[in-house]
Design a protein around this ligand. Structure first.
Ligand code: M6R
Length: 607
């Protein structure tokens, strides 16, 4: 959460910073600001609300200078006001900082400044970093070396001082920071998306790193002295980061799913495409053979993918599999040891709770893997074995193509584990064959009839609540459908296992209450239909996701959002598509900000 950027180079800083912030805005959009160095002072602009407000301000009050920092905020400490926007400055106006993260010793530091008579001008923890740096003497690097050990919590900080107008210093403990090495310019940012269009050569900073950045040099140290960090060359195409004619990123990303799935499947099949091949990931076969249990840890939509993953892993490998929220796992003292494969599933690879759960598993000796969408991200670097989903950059806050590619990756992992245990048989051949046909099935699922979607959109957008039902490996899809609707349309929706409905939620049902049933052909469809009978008997309206001509479903459904039939273990990947489209349409119908829903941020880098 929060996007930060720092620029030192031959160009004017403002356009580079604003462009970077636009690309980082998915990380937070409560307020924005920037600081640009003049020869004798730090010029600051800040605005509450979206980046557009800062852009307007920058148009009215142009700042000149070729060194600066910028920030787009997701509020933690203090309301999203101008006073709490970043950059924050120390009392003497010498140092300005932008920050992503949370200081856990916030109260203690605040008290300390109050007692020493420093008047704080914001409610933020960030101002405390600026004040601490301002209180030290020496170069900015020397000040950072003094202050770093005093900060407790997670922080990625980019700082400038008027004493060194040609320098930017960045340091991190927790949230990500990457340095882009450009042509006569260097850029620091929270995410490569902010700098990819300027350079593909990057250095990912590690926890504890301090980068001293000039126009023509980058030097990295930690508290013990200079460190060497690898320069990596990114292979992402910056063109994949625009909307390509779609009205919203979310819609574009929904439609990118056939390609994303195709690329993910291809990346992990043998050259003759008959077996899953994870050899390139560096699994130690002996270590793998020792695995007796699997733990999947994640948050949000990625957690839903794990619920499907449990179903796949237990069904295909007979390995007992547990699924945990990252935020619960880290505090519940899980029974984890060397015979457990722990996989952190995360689109961004930067979700603080998932990373903390993974760190705990690593400390306890587990074999640690990750399924993530960002090469070089924190989870990628933390895990022993990293499996990359090939979804490409996902910008819309509501996760879509990352989810379906996570499901593909989990299926591939299950098939690989099955093979390594000598369990592979005809089912594997059938699933591998169907995996390769999956992009086509998803394309068909994207082609729902306008009229039916219009009707379903109307039913949901006119209701204040809805219930999403599914069974077996489609129950997590009900959860995911409900989450998609909630997060972008702000309508309450609850996902529930259909068989459990009679133990409580059935009380909600009244005439016309919308119930969305995830009802493609699976071994438990008959049971689900029985549950839908109970729904209909209470006058509720049923919108079902199923094959167009499924007779049994049409008897209990008012509307069918059509999908093609695939193997039931792959059905979650196809069945979620109409639910993504439906949530998108409802949010558009309600005139809401689909790509940047209120209160949310794409990558949640705080606990
Ligand atoms: O980057 P991650 O997959 O770790 O993110 C986890 C969740 O924050 C994320 O899935 C969130 O729930 C999305 N907004 C859902 O659409």
């Amino acid at each position: 959460m929060c996007g930060i950027i720092g620029y030192v180079g031959e160009h004017q800083a403002v356009p580079v910073i604003l462009d970077g912030l636009r690309r980082l805005e998915y990380r937070g959009y409560d307020s924005a600001g920037m600081a640009v160095m003049a020869s004798d002072r730090i010029q600051i602009l800040r605005a509450a609300g979206k980046l557009a407000n800062l852009e307007e301000l920058a148009f009215d009050q142009p700042l000149r200078g070729s060194v600066g920092v910028g920030h787009t905020r997701w509020a933690t400490h203090g309301a999203p006001t101008e006073a709490n926007a970043h950059p924050q400055v120390d009392a003497s106006g010498h140092v300005a900082v932008v920050h992503n993260g949370i200081l856990e010793n916030y109260s203690q530091l605040r008290q300390e400044f109050r007692e020493s008579g420093v008047a704080l001008s914001s409610d933020t923890d960030t101002e405390l970093i600026a004040q601490l740096l301002g209180r030290e003497s020496g170069t900015l690097e020397e000040r950072v070396l003094e202050v770093f050990p005093r900060l407790v919590g997670q922080f990625a900080v980019v700082a400038v001082t008027r004493d060194e107008p040609d320098t930017v210093v960045a340091f991190r403990q927790g949230p990500p920071l990457v340095v882009g090495l450009g042509d006569d310019e260097n850029i620091v940012a929270s995410d490569v998306v902010a700098l990819l269009h300027r350079t593909k050569r990057v250095i990912y900073l590690e926890n504890g790193d301090i980068a001293v950045v000039h126009r023509d040099s980058v030097r990295i140290t930690d508290l013990n002295g200079q460190v060497d960090r690898m320069v990596e060359t990114l292979d992402w195409d910056p063109g994949r980061m625009d909307k390509s004619g779609y009205r919203h990123y979310m819609l574009k990303e929904i439609h990118e799913q056939p390609d994303a799935i195709r690329n993910t499947v291809r990346a992990y099949l043998s050259s003759d495409r008959t077996t899953v091949n994870l050899d390139g990931l560096g699994f130690d076969p002996e270590r793998l053979a020792e695995v007796k249990r699997v733990h999947l840890v994640a948050c949000g939509t990625s957690w839903h993918a794990c619920l499907v993953g449990k179903f796949l892993l237990e069904h295909l490998t007979a390995l007992p599999t547990e699924v945990d929220y990252g935020s619960e796992y880290r505090y519940r003292e899980p029974l984890v040891g060397e015979d457990v494969l722990v996989v952190g599933v995360t689109q961004s690879g930067e979700t603080a709770d998932t990373l903390a759960a993974m760190e705990l598993a690593k400390e306890q000796g587990a074999l640690l893997g990750t399924i993530c969408n960002v090469r070089g991200s924190s989870s990628w670097r933390l895990a022993e074995v990293s499996m990359l989903t090939q979804a490409g950059p996902e910008i819309g806050v509501a996760s879509t193509k990352a989810f379906t590619t996570q499901l593909v990756a989990l299926m591939l992992l299950a098939l690989a584990l099955r093979r390594s245990r000598g369990l592979a048989d005809d089912l594997d051949r059938e699933l591998i064959h169907q995996l390769q046909r999956l992009p086509l099935a998803v394309e068909q699922a994207l082609e729902g009839e306008e009229q039916i979607y219009d009707h379903a959109t109307e039913l949901l957008s006119e209701a204040t609540d809805s219930l999403y039902l599914g069974r077996g490996c489609l129950y997590p899809i009900a959860l995911e459908g409900a989450l998609k609707l909630k997060e972008i349309s702000y309508l309450h929706a609850e996902g529930y296992p259909a068989g459990e409905m009679k133990h409580g939620p059935i009380a909600l049902l009244t005439d016309g209450f919308p119930v969305v049933a995830v009802a493609p052909a699976t071994p438990t469809r008959e049971k689900l239909i029985g549950n839908l009978m109970e729904v209909r008997a209470r006058g509720a309206t049923v919108i079902a996701v199923a094959e167009k001509h499924a007779q049994d479903v049409s008897q209990v459904a008012d509307l069918i959002l059509p999908i093609p039939e695939v193997h039931h273990l792959l059905q979650p990947i196809v069945a979620v598509v109409p639910l993504q489209l439906l949530a998108y349409r409802v949010a558009v119908e309600l005139g809401l900000d689909v790509d940047q829903p209120r209160n949310l941020a794409k990558s949640v880098t705080v606990e």
